[in-house]
Write a new protein. Structure first.
Length: 151
């Protein structure tokens, strides 16, 4: 009985498909989309590109906030983790609880710091697109991002 039901459903689906293909040219069948757009799946590591948030490549002509030094208000990018990501923590120090893993090329705004702990200089970072993605990160895995001046 189950195989008969499957066969009937397959025939009905095929008939519906053929009917939709025979719709008048230039006129989509009712309920069927006129066109389909394929959107590629996101990659595991978000790529920071021009005009996405910031221009990640340094520019000699554009001064950064803080005079080219790490300071609250500047933007930084995660670098040098060789694809392993950087652990952002609840407090400065390697023994502090890990809040989340930030990937290479992710951009963050420096909110607080510096704090010295466990041989590292620590900065409190916050993602510009999500305030819940925040935590303390070691400066050794950060590089400054120079923002292009708006015209």
């Amino acid at each position: 009985m189950g195989s008969i039901l499957v066969a009937v459903l397959m025939l009905a689906g095929a008939a519906l498909f053929i009917w939709m293909l025979q719709a008048q040219p230039g006129q989509a069948a009712q309920g069927a989309p006129a066109a389909m757009t394929v959107i590629p799946a996101p990659s595991q590591t978000p790529a920071v590109q021009n005009n996405l948030f910031f221009t990640p490549t340094p520019s000699l002509a554009a001064p950064s906030v803080g005079g080219g030094r790490f300071a609250p208000g500047v933007y930084v990018q995660i670098t040098g983790t060789e694809g392993e990501g950087l652990r952002l923590r609840t407090a400065p120090g390697t023994s502090s609880e890990v809040r989340f893993l930030a990937f290479d090329a992710e951009v963050f705004k420096v909110i607080d710091g510096p704090k010295m702990a466990d041989g590292y200089t620590w900065w409190y970072l916050e993602a510009p697109y999500d305030q819940t993605r925040s935590g303390w990160a070691a400066q050794d895995f950060l590089s400054l991002v120079v923002l292009e001046p708006e015209e």
